[in-house]
Design a binder for this molecule. Structure first.
Ligand code: HEC
Length: 617
C-alpha cells in the first residue's frame, strides 16, 4: 500500500468517526428537543403519536372561502394554530399572532387558524374574529378529520409546516406567557417566533416540540372513544350507492368501479383523499347559503362515516356484500317513459390521451309543429368518456354568430355525468318553434385508450298543452375584464337588473380554467341583500347547475350581482398559461364570466313588456 493510500484510508476513518459523532449529536439534540419546558402541574396529555407528514385537505374559512393546504406550496412555511371560540388562551394570543404574522408573512410564511369545535358555527367564528381582531383565515374542520390527523387535542397549539416536505418542524405553545388561569407580563421563551426564525435561516429548530396550553377540543360522534367503527356492509355501502355509484359503476365515467368490498377497500386511501380535498363527489355549492334539489354532496355525517371507516382500517362488517352482482343503474331505458322525440348525436372518435377540446355539433330537431318541452333526458353513449353536454336552442334562421351573441338566452339544457335528466319545474315548459335546431357542446375526457361514442341520444318530452309559464334562461355577463398574468385573486363582477317580478329556479356559474370561486348575490329594492349561491371551489371540468329546493322570488328592481374570482397564477394547477393576460373569449384558454339562471315571470297577469333583463355591464 502506498503512503497516499494510507492517507486516503485515514481520511476515510476520520470522516466515519465525524459522521458517527454528528449522528450521536443529532440523536441527542433530537432527544433534547423533545424535552418539554418546565411546566406547572396540568392535565394536558401530549399527543403520543408523531405525525410524519401532513396530509392535504380543503376547508372553508369563516368567510366561506376555500383553502387547499397544498395550494400554498409556494409559501416557505405554513403556521396552523388550533382555535376555539371563547377559549381565553386563544383570545389572549390573538394580538401576538397578528404580530408574528406581520413579522413573518413578508418572509413567505402563511398563517391559518383551525377550528374543529363542533359547537362553533361560522357566525360564532366571524363574531369572535371581529371582536378579537383575528386577522387569519379560520378554517372550519367540520369533520374533525384534520385535527385528528394532526393529533391536535387542544386549541392554541401552533404547528409549523415545511412546505417542501409537508413535515411538521415545530409544534406546541406559541410562547410561555400564558398558562391555565395565569399569565406573565412577558414571555421568557418565544417558541414559535424562534422556531420560524431558525427554520427560515436553515437552522435546526430547537425545541421542536413544547407543551401547548389551550382548551380541549371535543371530538364528537363517529370519533368518540368507544364508538363502534362504521362497517362497509352496514354504514359505507349505502353512502357509496347514493353518492358515488351513478358514476363509479361498470362502464360509468368514474375511472374505478364500485363492485365489491375488495375493490372499495383497495381504493379506500384514495377515497379518503378525494373526500378530504372535496374532489369527490363533484359538487361546488357552499351549504351555508342554500338547499338544492339536486344536491350531490356528502352530508357531514356521511363524510365522517367514510373517514372514520378508513381510519378504523376499513372493517367489512357482517352480511352479504351489497354491491356483489349489482347490475348497472342505467340499463338503457328512458327513466321518464317513452319520449316524444329522440335525437341521435353524430358519432365521435376520441384519442387515447390529452385534454380534448370541446366538440360542437348542429342537430336537427325532427318536429314539424312547434311544441312545448316539459322534460329532457340524455343517454350518454360512452359513459366512460362523456363528461358534460350543453345544448343551445337555435330558433329558425339563427346562425352560429347569432347564438354566440345571444348565448345568455339560448341555453336549453345542460347535463353532467351522473345528472342526466331534467324535468322543467311544474307549470313551466320551453317553447321550441318548428324548424329549430340544437347546437350541442360535448365535453369528453380522454380515458387512456381510444374511444368511440356512437350512441348518445337526447329525448324530449312534450306537453299536450301550453304550460302556464314559459321557462327562460338568462345570465349575468361581463366581457370587459382583463386578468393580469400571475394574478392570484382577480375579481370580476357583472350586474343585471330584474325588469319584471320573477321566480328563479336554478343557477349555473360559468368560468373557464382560471375560475376559482363564484357567487350570485341578490340586492333587493328594499335595500336588503342575499347570497343566492356561493361556489367557493369552482371547477371548469364540472359544469354544474344548482337547482333551488325552494325557488327564489325576485321582485322587479332586484340587482343580480355575480362575483367571480380568477386565479391566473402558477399555483392554479388547471391554469393553461400563467404568463398570459387573459380576456373574454369562447375558447377554454380564454376566460368567461357568467352566471346562468332559469326563471319564469311572476307577473303574468300584467301586460307583457320587453322580456329582456337590463344589463349594467
Ligand atoms: C358525477 C360523477 C361522479 C360521482 C358522483 C363521483 N365520482 Fe369519483 N370520479 C369521477 C370521475 C370522472 C373521476 C376521474 C377524475 C375526474 O375527472 O375528476 C373520478 C375519480 C375518483 C377517484 C380517483 C381519484 C381521482 O381524483 O381521480 C376516487 C377515489 C373517487 N372518484 C371517489 C368517489 C367517491 C368516494 C364518490 C362518492 C362519495 C365519487 N367518487 C362520486 C366521477 C364521479
Amino acid at each position: 500500500m502506498k503512503a497516499t493510500e494510507h492517507l486516503a484510508g485515514a481520511r476515510f476513518w476520520v470522516l466515519v468517526i465525524a459522521l458517527l459523532g454528528a449522528a450521536a449529536l443529532v440523536a441527542y439534540s433530537n432527544f433534547a428537543s423533545r424535552d418539554l419546558p418546565p411546566e406547572p402541574p396540568s392535565t394536558a396529555t401530549p399527543s403520543e403519536v408523531e405525525v410524519s407528514r401532513v396530509e392535504n385537505f380543503r376547508l372553508l374559512d369563516q368567510h366561506g372561502e376555500s383553502h387547499e393546504l397544498f395550494y400554498y406550496s409556494d409559501a416557505r412555511a405554513i403556521v396552523l394554530i388550533s382555535h376555539g371560540v371563547g377559549c381565553p388562551i386563544n383570545r389572549r394570543y390573538s394580538r401576538r399572532i397578528n404580530e408574528l404574522q406581520a413579522e413573518f408573512a413578508p418572509r413567505g410564511v402563511r398563517f391559518f387558524l383551525l377550528n374543529a369545535n363542533p359547537q362553533d358555527d361560522r357566525t360564532d367564528i366571524k363574531k369572535e374574529a371581529d371582536e378579537f381582531q383575528m386577522a387569519q383565515p379560520i378554517l372550519k374542520d367540520d369533520t374533525q378529520f384534520v385535527v385528528r390527523g394532526l393529533n391536535v387535542t387542544r386549541t392554541a397549539e401552533a404547528l409549523v409546516i415545511d412546505t417542501n416536505t409537508w413535515k411538521i418542524v415545530y409544534r406546541g405553545a406559541i410562547d410561555d406567557r400564558l398558562d391555565y388561569g395565569t399569565q406573565r407580563a412577558e414571555a421568557q421563551h418565544h417558541y414559535l417566533q424562534d422556531a420560524l426564525q431558525a427554520f427560515l435561516q436553515g437552522d435546526k429548530v430547537e425545541p421542536a416540540r413544547t407543551q401547548p396550553r389551550g382548551c380541549l377540543i371535543r371530538l364528537s360522534g363517529k370519533f368518540d372513544a368507544g364508538h363502534p367503527p362504521p362497517t362497509y356492509t352496514v354504514d359505507v355501502a349505502p353512502i357509496l350507492r347514493a353518492k358515488c355509484f351513478a358514476c363509479h359503476q361498470e362502464g360509468g365515467i368514474g375511472p374505478w368501479t364500485i363492485s365489491d368490498y375488495h375493490e372499495v377497500a383497495g381504493w379506500s386511501s384514495m377515497l379518503g383523499e378525494v373526500v378530504r380535498t372535496k374532489r369527490m363527489p363533484p359538487w361546488g355549492a357552499d351549504p351555508e347559503y342554500g338547499h338544492y334539489s339536486n344536491d350531490a354532496s356528502l352530508t357531514l355525517e356521511e363524510e365522517k362515516t367514510l373517514l372514520a371507516w378508513i381510519e378504523a382500517g376499513t372493517p367489512r362488517g357482517e352480511g352479504a356484500d351489497p354491491f356483489q352482482g349489482q347490475a348497472p343503474v342505467d340499463q338503457g331505458t328512458w327513466s321518464l317513459g317513452e319520449p316524444d322525440v329522440i335525437l341521435d348525436f353524430p358519432a365521435q372518435v376520441l384519442p387515447a390521451t390529452g385534454i380534448l377540446p370541446y366538440r360542437y355539433e348542429w342537430i336537427e330537431i325532427p318536429m314539424d309543429e312547434p311544441g312545448w318541452v316539459r322534460a329532457a333526458e340524455i343517454h350518454m353513449g360512452n359513459k366512460r368518456a362523456l363528461h358534460h353536454v350543453v345544448i343551445l336552442l337555435a330558433k329558425p334562421g339563427r346562425s352560429f354568430q347569432d347564438l354566440l351573441r345571444e348565448s345568455n338566452r339560448s341555453c336549453f339544457v345542460a347535463f353532467v355525468a351522473g345528472n342526466t335528466r331534467y324535468e322543467f319545474p311544474a307549470g313551466t315548459g320551453k317553447f321550441v318553434p318548428a324548424g329549430s335546431r340544437f347546437f350541442v357542446q360535448l365535453h369528453y375526457n380522454s380515458t387512456g385508450r381510444e374511444e368511440v361514442d356512437d350512441s348518445t341520444q337526447l329525448a324530449l318530452y312534450l306537453s299536450d298543452e301550453e304550460p302556464e309559464h314559459e321557462l327562460f334562461v338568462y345570465a349575468t355577463s361581463d366581457r370587459s375584464f382583463v386578468v393580469p398574468p400571475g394574478a392570484r385573486e382577480y375579481p370580476v363582477t357583472a350586474v343585471t337588473t330584474v325588469t319584471r317580478d320573477m321566480v328563479m329556479y336554478d343557477v349555473g356559474p360559468h368560468m373557464h380554467y382560471r375560475g376559482k370561486s363564484s357567487r350570485l348575490i341578490a340586492e333587493y329594492p328594499d335595500g336588503t341583500s342575499e347570497i343566492l349561491i356561493s361556489v367557493p371551489y369552482y371547477r371548469f371540468d364540472w359544469q354544474m347547475v344548482y337547482r333551488f329546493a325552494e325557488p327564489k322570488r325576485l321582485p322587479k328592481g332586484t340587482r343580480l350581482v355575480s362575483e367571480g374570482v380568477y386565479d391566473n397564477s402558477a399555483q392554479n394547477t388547471q391554469n393553461p398559461d400563467p404568463s398570459q393576460t387573459v380576456r373574454f373569449g369562447i375558447y377554454s384558454r380564454d376566460e368567461m364570466h357568467k352566471c346562468y339562471f332559469s326563471y319564469r315571470y311572476a307577473d303574468e297577469d300584467e301586460p307583457q313588456g320587453d322580456a329582456s333583463q337590463g344589463d349594467e355591464s
